[in-house]
Every structure is written in structure tokens, then in C-alpha cells.
Design a protein. Structure first.
Length: 287
């Protein structure tokens, strides 16, 4: 199918999505170097516009991501895993998710990793460490991370197997991944109005396969969040446009959460079930 790139994502234009007949993974039909993608995320990726954040109003400017962090912490605690001493959010954006997660583990040491230098000014007042860059820039943390969070990162990487291996190196012997990404099964692929800048588009089967092939024990793997509305499945055109306008008339425009109540999540982000918008996984080293 056609790969839906937005206008300013120039390196993704004129691409298609292809499906591997062997493993079932959906991916873009182009290859990228790490340098090309690093340049894209440093110089082209418009975080502030995409997420409509205002860092000077942190954390009220992105309660959705704060809620996402709380939902991941709630899931982690539900598995009765030991309270982490070190938590790292790889691709932490402006720190909202890490802030939400940290409310449940106030004694842990937190590190955010991001290509945007503006993030450091947000994390510093929280007493969180900041590392500029990506997975290739934090090898000094190898063997030191109890919980490695990646939220909507795994679909952006060039080499998934290499990325998983590098993430494993970061973990302590009993450390775990706490990951989230879009649920890109066949139905959801048709629903999405944009695919860029995603490279590999995971569903529950392909995610399980790549983690198990890299020697990880999956402790939890499920779809989470809201389901797509039936109108989202219609092809682009007047019918879908009209349907989206009608749906938006009745949808709740905003949802507030209490920043003082760490258990207040909202946005249906702690809801699990069949074929929801996101995948959530917690996995650790075998043994």
C-alpha cells in the first residue's frame, strides 16, 4: 500500500509499505543510514508542532504523555516487579512520560535521552539526568538500567535486531524493557492518516517474534488504549471527511487529569483488549 508521508517529511516521500512474506513485518520500501535519520530528528522533525507542546508550561502542556507514563507505571506495578533503582527513557521527548512514570517511583534515579537540547532545561529542575543523542550515545549506561522505557521509538529504528541487542546491553541482570508503539495490524494501517516517520510498523505477532529471537522473556504483551472508530476504516474521500467531522462534533475535545493524584490516568490509556491503537510490552533477559 502507499506509504502516507506528511509534506515536511521529505526523506519519506514517494514510498510504499511492503509486507515480509516470511515474518509478516510491514515496513517502508526504502533504506536509511543512521546518519540520515539522526539529521532528520535533529533538524527536520517538528516535535513542538506535532505534539502541540509548550515546554515553558511543563507538565500541563502535555497531560496525555503524563498519563501515558502513569499507565506504564501502573502496568509495571501490576506485574509485582521490584521497584526500580534506575529508569531510563530512551527518546523521552520533553520528559512528560518520564515525569508521569516517576510519580510512582520517587526513590529511583531517572535519565532522559533525546536529540533535542531543549529537553535538558526541563529535566534538570526534576533532578533527572539528561543524555543528548540516541541509543548509540549512551553505552556508558550499559548494565546499569533497571527499567528501560521507549515510547513510540521502536517503529523509527533502522535495524530492529541491533536496537534490541543494544537495549539488552543497557539492562541490569534483572532489568526489563517497558515499551509502547503503534499497533499496526492490517486494520490499523488502513485507519492511519500518516505513516511517516515510521520505518517498521509492528503488530503483536511480529513484535513477539523479534523479541523472542533476541533471547528475551516476554512478561506482558497486549494492545492498549482506544480502539479505532469504524469511520476511521473508510477510504480517504468525502465520506470519510464527513464522518470525521461528525465524530469530532461528539467527541470530547479535551480531557483533564489531576497532577496531584498519581493514579489519575484518563484518556483510556490503561484499557487493554483486542486490537487497540497501541502495543505495550514488558520483557526481560532470560534466566
Amino acid at each position: 500500500m502507499a506509504y502516507r508521508a506528511v509534506a515536511n517529511d521529505t526523506i519519506f516521500r514517494d514510498s510504499r509499505l511492503v509486507k515480509c512474506k516470511r515474518c509478516g513485518l510491514n515496513q517502508i520500501n526504502r533504506t536509511f543510514t543512521n546518519d540520515a535519520l539522526t539529521d532528520y530528528y535533529k533538524n527536520q522533525y517538528d516535535r513542538e508542532h506535532i505534539y502541540r507542546v509548550s515546554p515553558e508550561n511543563f507538565p500541563n502542556d502535555n497531560l496525555f504523555s503524563v498519563s501515558r507514563g502513569r499507565a506504564l507505571a501502573k502496568l509495571y506495578k501490576s506485574l509485582q516487579l521490584p521497584a526500580p533503582q534506575t529508569v531510563c527513557d530512551l527518546g523521552c521527548g520533553y520528559g512528560h512520560l518520564l515525569y508521569g512514570f516517576s510519580q510512582h517511583f520517587p526513590k529511583a534515579h531517572f535519565t532522559g535521552v533525546e536529540y533535542d537540547t531543549h529537553t535538558e532545561a526541563i529535566l534538570k529542575p526534576l533532578n533527572f539526568d539528561f543524555k543528548l543523542g540516541g541509543i548509540d550515545d549512551i553505552s556508558e549506561l550499559n548494565g546499569k538500567i533497571d527499567v528501560l522505557i521507549t515510547s513510540h521509538v521502536f517503529e523509527h529504528v533502522v535495524n530492529p535486531h541491533q536496537f534490541v541487542s543494544q537495549c539488552k546491553d543497557l539492562l541490569t541482570p534483572r532489568g526489563v524493557f517497558v515499551w509502547e508503539m503503534p499497533n499496526s495490524d492490517v486494520f490499523n494501517l488502513q485507519c492511519e492518516r500518516r505513516h511517516s516517520p515510521h520505518i517498521c510498523l509492528w503488530d503483536i505477532q511480529t513484535l513477539r517474534k523479534v523479541l523472542e529471537e533476541n533471547g528475551l522473556t516476554i512478561l506482558f504483551l497486549e494492545t492498549a488504549g482506544k480502539k479505532y472508530h469504524w469511520i476511521d476504516s473508510l477510504e480517504k474521500g468525502p465520506v470519510k471527511t464527513a464522518g470525521l467531522l461528525i465524530r469530532n462534533m461528539f467527541d470530547e475535545k479535551t480531557e483533564t487529569i489531576s497532577l496531584s493524584d498519581k493514579d489519575d490516568i484518563g484518556f483510556k490509556l490503561d484499557v487493554y483488549g483486542n486490537n487497540r491503537r497501541n502495543l505495550r510490552v514488558i520483557a526481560g533477559k532470560k534466566g
